[in-house]
Ligand binder design. Structure first.
Ligand SMILES: C[S@@+](CC[C@H](N)C(=O)[O-])C[C@H]1O[C@@H](n2cnc3c(N)ncnc32)[C@H](O)[C@@H]1O
Length: 272
């Protein structure tokens, strides 16, 4: 098993940009569908989406469970502003909150957190708290990126720690232990009294256009790094990063580029 999600991690505080994030909307929504496909709760009354982002996926939960009251929680004002467009009075709402301190007003039937917890160091402990908030028959469904050892992240970490950036970017360099291995999540869910269903998948995303891998990471792992730099410095780091990314993710003869992306899924059902 990998080390527990460490005390350090990539801060989630730099501004999120819903537009950049949605550039790869299809690729990013697939894991959400794959995650929810394993949830067996039939008619939840309360559903909470922790780290809901720009809200489209949260709102899609109302189609599957029309009688549920669905709440999306996020700490990003930019994401919440975009999510407001998906609110449905009395059925889907969005509130500001930090998933690290969030606590429900009462038992929840389904807790979803998709592509969020890799931004939250120590989230294994959080999962125990969330499991305790579940109503009998309820479920917890979590997906985290498992690509912290991939070239996208390792190369950026190397750049951040290089002599050029003189210790300024160490704190935002991606760390390899931001998430647990699947077996770690299985242990956490079992320990919390849930029936676990844990798996991993590596999606092979076929991207097009110039420097598409750079385009992908701009809205995620690169975001907190650039947030610490002046515009000219950000351009310099981005150019260096783009060059090494091109070597690790070469363009194919048809002009596309393959980005392998590992994700880890953990669903837990409370039977009593
Ligand atoms: C990669 S996006 C995923 C959004 C959405 N769940 C989806 O699947 O499209 C990560 C989201 O987590 C939110 N986030 C990160 N850390 C958070 C925290 N501590 N509390 C609340 N939201 C957080 C960010 O603001 C962002 O909207």
């Amino acid at each position: 098993m990998a080390a527990a999600a460490g005390a350090r991690g990539i801060p989630g505080s730099a501004a999120w940009d819903p537009g950049t994030y949605l550039r790869f909307g299809d690729e990013r929504s697939r894991p959400f569908a794959d995650l929810l496909a394993r949830v067996r709760v039939v008619a939840p009354r309360t559903v909470v989406d922790l780290g809901c982002g720009e809200g489209a996926l949260t709102a899609s939960l109302a189609e599957r469970w029309p009688a549920a009251r669905i709440t999306g929680v996020d700490s990003s004002p930019e994401m919440l502003a975009a999510a407001a467009a998906h609110a449905v009075p009395g059925r889907v709402d969005f509130v500001a909150g930090d998933v690290r301190t969030w606590a429900p007003g009462g038992p929840v039937d389904l807790l979803v957190s998709n592509a969020v917890l890799h931004w939250v160091p120590g989230h294994d402990r959080l999962l125990g708290r969330w499991a305790a908030a579940l109503a009998a028959g309820g479920a917890l469904a979590v997906q985290v990126a498992g690509n912290f050892r991939a070239p996208t992240h390792a190369l950026l970490a190397e750049l951040c720690r290089s002599a050029r950036w003189g210790g300024r970017l160490d704190a935002v360099a991606p760390v390899p232990d931001a998430v647990l291995d699947p077996a770690g999540y299985l242990d956490v869910l079992t320990g919390a009294g849930l029936v676990p269903d844990v798996w991993e998948t590596t999606y092979l995303h076929v991207l097009s256009g110039p420097d598409p891998v750079l385009g992908w990471v701009r809205s995620t792992v690169l975001r907190p790094v650039l947030a610490l730099l002046a515009a000219t410095e950000a351009a310099e780091l981005t150019a260096d990063y783009a060059a090494v990314l091109r070597r690790s993710y070469p363009s194919r003869p048809d002009g596309t580029t393959v980005l392998p992306f590992r994700r880890i899924f953990a669903v837990g059902h409370r039977t009593v």
